[in-house]
Design a protein around this ligand. Structure first.
Ligand code: PNS
Length: 166
């Protein structure tokens, strides 16, 4: 039986920390779904489709091997997606006690809802301080985000945009 896992997140935008988790998780499972979850409660910087294509490009550029599939989900529970694709595990990166406090209740609820387990990976220390929200803030104030994100994302955020939101 193949082991299928899902790495869910907003990925707005994908960071080197996310990529590290994706790379390591790809080596642990037969099939890995990187799932861009649309959160209607959050004001997004990038449209969902663009987040998906940036992750696809970053995974290819980084030479991440294995069966990695990038897609998006906006309807219903995260565990509904897991059930649909036969995934039994969620993979999340944990950078701090704040992340533990945020992720723990979700892990318990997801397990109760559908028996889906959550595996937490500690970050490579090089990326322990990196978050999408920090990247968005630095980029919006004209700072260089290249040390924190894949090259395609750095290129995009360095280019003046029209201010559109999704
Ligand atoms: O990158 P983020 O914003 O921290 O990702 C959060 C995400 C998308 C993983 C989280 O909001 C989520 O799991 N959303 C799915 C909604 C859901 O299934 N909720 C009920 C169980 S927690």
């Amino acid at each position: 039986m193949s082991r299928i896992a899902v790495v869910p997140g907003s990925f707005d935008p994908v960071t080197l920390g996310h990529l590290d988790v994706i790379d390591r998780a790809a080596g642990m499972f037969d099939e890995l779904h990187v799932l861009v979850v649309h959160n209607p409660g959050k004001t997004a910087l990038l449209p969902v489709a663009q987040r998906v294509s940036l992750i696809e490009r970053a995974v290819a550029d980084a030479g991440i091997g294995g069966d990695v599939r990038v897609t998006s989900w906006s309807v219903g529970l995260l565990v509904d997606y897991c059930t649909e694709v036969g995934a039994s595990v969620l993979v999340k990166g944990i950078r701090s006690q704040v992340d533990v406090a945020y992720e723990t209740p979700m892990a318990i609820v997801n397990r109760n809802l559908a028996g889906v387990e959550t595996v937490f990976l500690l970050p490579d220390p090089a990326h322990a301080h990196v978050s999408s929200s920090l990247v968005r803030q630095v980029a919006s104030l004209g700072g260089d985000v290249a040390p924190y994100v894949p090259p395609a994302v750095a290129e995009l955020l360095a280019t003046p945009r029209d201010g559109s939101r999704s």
